[in-house]
Design a protein around this ligand. Structure first.
Ligand SMILES: NC(=O)c1ccc[n+]([C@@H]2O[C@H](COP(=O)([O-])OP(=O)(O)OC[C@H]3O[C@@H](n4cnc5c(N)ncnc54)[C@H](OP(=O)(O)O)[C@@H]3O)[C@@H](O)[C@H]2O)c1
Length: 299
């Protein structure tokens, strides 16, 4: 038996929850209860080997959430819009956790939220994967759950995946297409989120009831391109794409990403100084790229 506080971590087999679970295990201050729909998957086994309790938890099944949160001091919650792309589903999943946290008297929930863009812009701009999280934030606070929302900037990891530079058809260079105009875009490595969440759980008196915007740094598209050029050893140019052109690109989330960038151009509050205080080892984009040279070679 231990008298360490139990923190239930949703999404522990994924990027954000995985970062949180690992940082909490490393801190040795908490018992980590890692939740997954499939306790037999290899990622769940890895977490168990690192010292986590691995427990079944499905956000679409309230009874499993009730069982998974029993006896917990707190919980980290991330919901994954991209798995279903339904705002209603994401809101429903978030509210289930809020209701269970309320009825079981959890002392602190850290929720990976974002702004309700539709409400903030009076319906002028809709960003589905932000809006649902914004509604869930409001719900947690409205029913009186002690909750901190972390509003995470774009992952640096996106530059190795969905935002990666694309080889130009007319020469030996790559282009980086992000419709940000001249406005710097905040970013952070998802691997650095875990230590930040740990710091937040360590100081509930400072953070309960607040939304905290997380960013390692904010760079313009030419600045991101410059750093990528150095990492890649090939020229990367800003594609200078507009949101209007971006939303016409032929992939399913083009309009959603264009609208997200329109919202980013409105400079939502991301607190770089606080982010560095909460995790003094937070990486810059240059550091991130130099540590991920191998992934860039596959471009
Ligand atoms: N990419 C970015 O730049 C960025 C920035 C800010 C915010 N976000 C947000 O981050 C979220 C995605 O998080 P991520 O990057 O950590 O995703 P991820 O790596 O794909 O992981 C998704 C996690 O969600 C869990 N999950 C999905 N459905 C579940 C359910 N019904 N019940 C329980 N667990 C469930 C999965 O667990 P199992 O499969 O093991 O059950 C998995 O661990 C998105 O909503 C996105 O909007 C992303």
């Amino acid at each position: 038996m231990t008298n360490k506080k139990i923190i239930a971590v949703f999404g522990a087999t994924g990027a954000q929850g995985g970062s949180v679970a690992r940082a909490m295990l490393e801190s040795k201050k908490y018992v980590v209860r890692a939740l997954t729909r499939d306790v037999t998957q290899p990622k769940a086994q890895v977490l168990q080997d690192l010292g986590a309790e691995v427990v079944k938890g499905d956000l679409n099944d309230k009874a499993s959430v009730e069982a998974a949160l029993k006896g917990a001091y707190g919980a980290f919650l991330v919901t994954n819009t991209w798995e279903h792309f339904s705002k209603e589903k994401e809101v429903c999943q978030g509210k289930v956790v809020a209701d269970v946290a309320k009825s079981q008297g959890l002392k602190h929930v850290v929720y990976s939220g974002l702004e309700n863009v539709t409400r903030l812009t009076n319906g002028k701009l809709e960003v589905l994967h932000f809006d649902g999280k914004g509604e869930v934030e409001e719900y947690f606070w409205s029913i009186g759950v002690p909750m901190t929302s972390i509003r995470v900037a774009a992952y640096f990891e996106n530059f190795l995946g969905p935002f990666k530079p694309v080889k130009a058809s007319d020469g030996d260079y790559y282009t980086l297409a992000l419709p940000m105009g001249d406005v710097p875009m905040d970013g952070i490595s998802v691997a650095d989120i875990g230590a930040i969440v740990c710091s937040i759980f360590n100081s509930p008196e400072e953070f309960v009831g607040k939304a905290v915007g997380l960013s390692a740094e904010a760079l313009t598209v030419p600045q991101y391109a410059d750093i990528l050029s150095k990492g890649l050893g090939k020229e990367v140019r800003d594609a200078k794409i507009t949101p209007e052109a971006y939303e016409k690109l032929k992939f399913p989330a083009a309009k959603e990403i264009a609208n997200m960038c329109r919202f980013y151009q409105m400079k939502p509050d991301r607190d770089i100084k606080l982010t560095h205080r909460l995790n003094p080892k937070v990486k810059s984009f240059s550091q991130f790229i130099s540590e991920n040279q191998a992934a860039l070679k596959n471009l």
